[in-house]
Design a protein around this ligand. Structure first.
Ligand code: NAI
Length: 324
């Protein structure tokens, strides 16, 4: 399989590439060819990462190519991990941030459209991930929109860890937890359908509303405050999990969370890339349907969806959704 990683010389890239090459993402049987896309000024650093990848002598790693040319990087790609993006700088307005990212994700969407393999699956990690996925997809008219996804698996994993810590149940015993909406502080980590050891459980509402939800939703900022830089190893691990489950399937009786294009499920306007509860039987995400949504959940989902709709309106106004 050909795996393209953008922003390969960055923090997440450094934690991600070694996991992919070790077989953690696609399993121990699948050889991988890595294509690293970087900005010209980071190509030398990417060469250094490639040297270290060589030095690991991973049996599954076939070859590595490094380039600053998107067409070459996505040539034949089966999986594209779009990590490199333009982070928000101090004092940057939202329109400037969206516009700077449009300049990255529109051409990358076009390059995927024109060069990637027919079965390409795209995971956008770079923020604002949901809207960047929307932009890339808009510029890839020949690739089904469902193949462009945004990463909320880190939020999902954070929620699992918080619930595990609070209840003492091991992460492996927890299922059916959901992240809804945007990968931002408006996201809604939802425990209302969660199970422990396959059973519904009682949980203190005060803890859910005042502790669990804000802790999960603002965990990224807490990591920055503690570590001095943003989550990298956990983000890489979540990207590995997302692609692993997408390609190889989710466990029976469980689901995960991923930003996928809405076709109107749960009142989320069609076309938005929003986080939903999803399953995969291998290769295709399916939104879990028919879950009961109580009033509290409805308000939270609507609030995050409204933010996504605003982001879409903003990039539309900037002309970023119109294929060139
Ligand atoms: P970083 O700044 O360490 O690395 C980013 C790399 O991307 C740099 O090497 C840069 O040269 C490269 N890059 C920038 N524009 C590029 C382009 N057009 N083509 C190719 N490469 C390009 O950042 P880090 O920590 O690796 O994070 C990457 C992104 O992931 C950020 O946007 C961050 O906000 C996001 N993120 C998303 C998470 C999620 O849960 N969805 C979690 C954590 C981070």
């Amino acid at each position: 399989m050909i795996i393209t990683v953008t922003g390969a010389a960055g923090q997440i890239g450094y934690a991600l590439l070694f996991r992919i090459a070790s077989g953690a993402m696609l399993g121990p049987e699948v050889p991988v060819s890595l294509r690293l896309l970087e900005l010209p000024q980071a190509l030398e650093a990417a060469e250094g990462v490639a040297m270290e990848l060589d030095d690991c002598a991973f049996p599954l790693l076939r070859d590595i190519e490094i380039t600053d040319d998107a067409a070459a990087a996505f040539d034949g790609a089966n999986v594209a991990l779009l990590v490199g993006s333009r982070p928000r700088a101090a004092g940057m307005e939202r329109a400037d941030l969206l516009s700077a990212n449009g300049a990255i994700f529109a051409p990358q969407g076009r390059a995927i459209n024109d060069n990637a393999a027919d079965d390409v699956r795209v995971l956008v990690v770079g923020n604002p991930a949901n809207t960047n996925a929307l932009i890339a997809s808009a510029h890839a008219p020949d690739v089904p929109a469902e193949r462009f996804t945004a990463m909320t698996r880190l939020d999902h994993n954070r929620a699992l860890a918080q619930l595990s810590g609070a209840t003492g149940a091991p992460v492996s015993a927890i299922s059916r937890l959901t992240i809804w909406g945007n990968h931002s502080s408006t996201q809604y980590p939802d425990l209302s359908h969660a199970r422990i050891e396959g059973e519904p459980f009682e949980i203190d509402r005060g803890w859910v509303e005042q502790d669990f939800i804000p802790t999960v939703a603002t965990r990224g900022a807490a990591i920055i405050a503690a570590r001095g830089s943003s989550s990298a190893a956990s983000a890489a691990s979540a990207a590995v999990d997302h692609v692993h489950d997408w390609v190889l399937g989710t466990p029976v009786d469980d689901w995960t969370s991923a930003g996928v294009v809405s076709t109107g499920e749960y009142g989320v306007p069609a076309g938005l890339v929003s986080s939903f509860p999803v399953t995969s039987t291998g290769g295709r995400w399916t939104i879990v349907e028919g879950l009961e949504i109580d009033e509290f959940s409805r308000a939270r989902i609507d609030a995050s969806t409204a933010e996504l709709a605003e982001e879409r309106a903003a990039v539309e106004a900037l002309g970023l959704l119109a294929p060139a």
